[in-house]
Design a protein around this ligand. Structure first.
Ligand code: HEM
Length: 201
């Protein structure tokens, strides 16, 4: 169902004018979890081992695995809604946005996947809330651990840089370009909706 002007709630699915309720829940829910993940790791890098940092580090794996599950769901939802999402602008800005979003998706999935593969290879086992996902094993599988050892941190910081760029561009659109694309992710239908200007057909 597509929402029309005057609806109090966004539709579940996306439309050409705005994102629907499912995309919004995934977007803002994951934004909060990423903020938690990065805050913890920034505190760890700056403060070292303190009880507060220990608390954040203690949630890192659980929140990371949750982000991987939500990221996969988000990818499936994005593909299912692909044909009726707000389209990209024509021109270089639209192409940059498309590339930036592809980078965000790739990093959102690769960063936690590498870490989960390392956890499996470590043989430590993994049983969140007592539910066993991997049993502990006697042997370490080094080649499963090597990619995350080399890349989990660097790619995670790259993801943070992409997120920062994403936020900066929303502000640029909102304040300087005046097309208010933020409202696609926040507002429900209403007479104050901006007309989507300069879009590809
Ligand atoms: C998308 C989710 C995740 C993000 C954004 C993220 C982010 C980060 C960041 C920024 C660091 C610090 C790197 C450094 O010290 O330079 C880190 C370290 C770490 N993360 Fe994650 N992480 C995520 C998911 C996971 C998952 C799912 C696991 C485990 C299954 C995990 C395990 C670790 C471990 C063990 C470290 C310390 C060793 C290392 O730097 O590789 N992370 N993570």
């Amino acid at each position: 169902m597509h929402s029309v002007a005057g609806d109090a709630m966004p539709a579940l699915s996306d439309t050409a004018i705005r994102y629907g309720a499912v995309s919004r829940a995934l977007h803002w829910g994951m934004a909060l979890l990423f903020a938690w993940q990065f805050l913890g790791m920034i505190l760890r890098a700056t403060l070292g081992r303190t009880p507060v940092v220990g608390f954040f580090v203690g949630t890192h794996v659980t929140v990371g695995v949750l982000l991987l599950a939500l990221g996969l769901l988000r990818l499936v939802w994005a593909l299912a809604n692909h044909a009726h999402r707000p389209p990209y602008e024509a021109g270089p800005l639209g192409r940059a946005a498309r590339l930036g979003h592809a980078g965000l998706y790739a990093l959102m999935l690769v960063v936690p996947t590498l870490a989960v593969v390392r956890l499996y290879g470590s043989g430590r086992g993994y049983a969140p809330f007592g539910i066993e996902i991997f049993a502990p094993s006697e042997t370490k599988i080094e080649w499963l651990m090597a990619p995350a050892n080399a890349l989990h941190g660097p790619l995670a910081w790259t993801l943070l840089a992409f997120i920062a760029g994403h936020v900066v561009m929303v502000v640029v659109h909102q304040v300087f370009l005046g097309d208010r694309i933020l409202y696609r992710m926040t507002r429900t239908a209403g007479p104050a909706d901006p007309a989507p200007a300069h879009r590809e057909p």
